[in-house]
Design a protein around this ligand. Structure first.
Ligand code: M6R
Length: 600
């Protein structure tokens, strides 16, 4: 989603802004812009399209030198994709510049008010309103932004400067993330620490309801409500300062897909010993903490939800602990109480997904203890959790998740085993031996595996693709379907195999591939029947895992249910990218999607 970047200091601000925005590109956006504070006023350049378009414009027409500036990549919410709607936005006098991430929910009322008072609004965005509201308030920028932020309802982050105040800018956070770093002569602001990494080793994160006063060499943080000062802790910026690079791969999606075996090793490192014992001490989950868990509630979206659904299956089977996985966006509206002893597990690659964060807060308010399972240990979800399980999968750039999804499945299996052991349930040692062996076998599999060309061509030409599964394979079917639709824009849907005859079978004809996930051998007989029913209606049948006598069978080199699940994800991920490439789709940044979903 939108990326914010700000800089005050002696370097040419334009270089820092464009450099930072480039590192935020992976979040997904559709236009970009910068505003520089110069001696001749605010120099504004905004372009619809990729950041490349803005950079080329800046190369052809170099902007005047500036020691202060803000930049933005916009993911459209209010108003179409255009130069005009791109950020930053200015007030009527062109003295104040603002960038914004999030949604201002009372924008219509504010717009009417501002227009009735004679403001000239130049865009259709909610964001521009902030610049005009700031224009109307008296006092220094910090006080003015405090007043304006209190008038704006919704979830957002704002960054602004006023030419009249020199080398000074202010940022405020209500839900959308803001990271700030500084050294003796400079101050940097961004939507994520990844954008600060080339220049800084540590940063602070604004929490909700905080406002920051930023000048070269300092960042003073206050409570938005009353401007009471707040001491902030510094966090190490653990990502490299080099621009992320897909290396020998065609794109980040493929790079990350191939990184899966090493990500699985990394999440197991120090947590699973050779005898199969699991130790989650680094997460804070001691034996006593695990013993106290009476039920689990997984809160997540997208691929993270699918990994959670897999964990629910495993928990019921191996730990006999009640568990459910809920779409985080539905949780707040549907739950008013939780059972005592509930551990809410917020599963999120980014650790910033707003729906998951809001669900976590609601679960905490209802009395749950919270475990954050994230790939970003300094993220908001991690900071607001009682326990933090760091996924250690390495930065995931591609919007469509690969390594984070399967590594979540590994991490959750460790959690299942730790809970089973703490509650004196089954001996899980044998199963975990297969888990330890999975990375090496997956590496060989990835080297040798080739998808049949006919399968790729059939899917690329299909009006729709159906995925089926049972038990753990239903979550894998959902993940396969999500990958295919995200990357190739082909309509697809996953169903529980038992549901087929109750309606979805009407969709099946000879043009519709039916892909059956069968990584858990115990469901093979019933899945074979489902596939036979679809094939009898002309479907092009595909099986992944157990041999179901399909037209195309994608066999796997491991039969242990968890290891097969992890390996089974690989052909589905490869199928999605192969079909997308055959259709000429953008792989790392699919249309309309964002990596980190920070608006509801
Ligand atoms: O960062 P999160 O894991 O919280 O993100 C959740 C979903 O937005 C994410 O999994 C999304 O569905 C991916 N694009 C899936 O490939």
């Amino acid at each position: 989603m939108c990326g914010i970047m700000g800089y005050v200091g002696p370097r040419p601000a334009v270089n820092v802004l464009v450099g930072g925005l480039r590192r935020l590109e992976y979040r997904g956006y559709d236009s970009a812009g910068i505003a520089l504070g110069t001696t001749d006023g605010i120099h504004l350049v905004k372009r619809a399209g990729p950041l490349r378009v803005l950079s080329e414009e800046l190369e052809q027409n170099p902007p005047p030198p500036a020691a202060i500036g803000i930049g933005h990549t916009r993911w459209t919410t209010h108003g179409g994709v255009s130069d005009r709607n791109a950020h930053p936005h200015l007030d009527c006098r062109e003295q104040i510049a603002v960038v914004h991430n999030g949604i201002i929910e009372n924008a219509s009322e504010l717009r009417l008010e501002l227009e009735s008072r004679g403001h000239e609004l130049r865009s259709e965005t909610d964001s521009e309103l902030v610049a005009h509201l700031l224009e109307e308030v008296e006092g220094d920028l910090l006080h003015r932004l405090q007043v304006v932020a209190k008038r704006c309802e919704g979830a957002y982050a704002l960054l602004a400067f006023d030419l009249a105040e020199g080398l000074h800018m202010c940022a405020v956070r209500r839900t959308s993330p803001i990271a700030i770093g500084f050294n003796e002569a400079e101050v940097f602001v961004a939507s994520g620490a990844i954008a600060l990494a080339p220049w800084l080793e540590r940063c602070i994160y604004l929490d909700d309801g905080e406002i920051a006063d930023l000048r070269p060499g300092r960042a003073d943080v206050f409570r938005l409500a009353d401007l009471a000062p707040i001491e902030k802790a510094f966090h190490e910026i653990s990502v490299s300062g080099d621009l992320p690079d897909a290396g020998r791969h065609r794109h980040f999606y493929m790079k990350e897909l191939y990184e899966q075996p090493s990500a699985w090793r990394s999440v197991m490192q120090g947590r699973l010993d050779d005898s199969g014992n699991v130790d989650l001490a680094d997460t804070g989950l001691t034996h006593e903490a695990l013993r106290a868990v009476q039920r689990l509630l997984f809160l997540a979206m997208g691929s993270s939800l699918h990994a959670s659904q897999m964990a629910v299956e495993r928990l019921q089977q191996f730990a006999q602990i009640p568990a459910e996985a809920i779409l985080a966006s539905e949780f707040r509206d549907t739950r008013t109480f939780l059972e005592p002893g509930t551990l809410a597990v917020a599963v999120s690659q980014s650790g910033e997904t707003i729906d998951t964060l809001a669900a976590l807060r609601h679960a905490r308010d209802l009395g749950a203890t919270v475990l954050g399972l994230v790939n970003a240990p300094s993220s908001t979800i991690a900071r607001e959790s009682d326990f933090v399980f760091d996924l250690r999968a390495g930065t995931e750039i591609s919007v469509a998740s690969t390594k984070a999804f399967t590594t979540q499945a590994v991490a959750l299996e460790l959690l299942v085993s730790a809970l089973a052991a703490a509650h004196g349930r089954v001996d899980t040692t044998g199963r975990l031996a297969a888990l330890r062996a999975a990375p090496a076998i997956a590496e060989d599999f990835l080297m040798e595996f080739r998808l049949p060309e006919d399968l790729i061509a059939r899917c690329a030409a299909a009006p729709g693709v159906i995925f089926l599964g049972r038990g753990q394979d239903l979550s894998l079917a959902r993940e396969g379907s999500l990958k295919l639709k995200e990357l190739s824009y082909i309509w697809s849907e996953a169903f529980a195999a038992g549901e087929l005859k109750h309606g979805p079978l009407a969709l099946v004809d000879s043009r519709v591939p039916v892909i059956v996930c069968a990584t858990d051998q115990k469901h093979a007989p019933k899945l074979r029947n489902s596939l036979a029913e679809a094939s009898a209606r002309g479907a092009y049948g595909v099986s992944v895992g157990a041999d179901l006598h399909a037209t195309i069978h994608l066999g796997l080199p491991m039969h242990d249910s968890l290891a097969a699940y992890l390996l089974g994800a690989l052909p589905l991920q490869l199928l999605a990218v192969s079909v997308a490439e055959a259709r000429g789709c953008s792989i790392d940044q699919p249309r309309n999607l964002a990596k980190s979903v920070t608006v509801e």
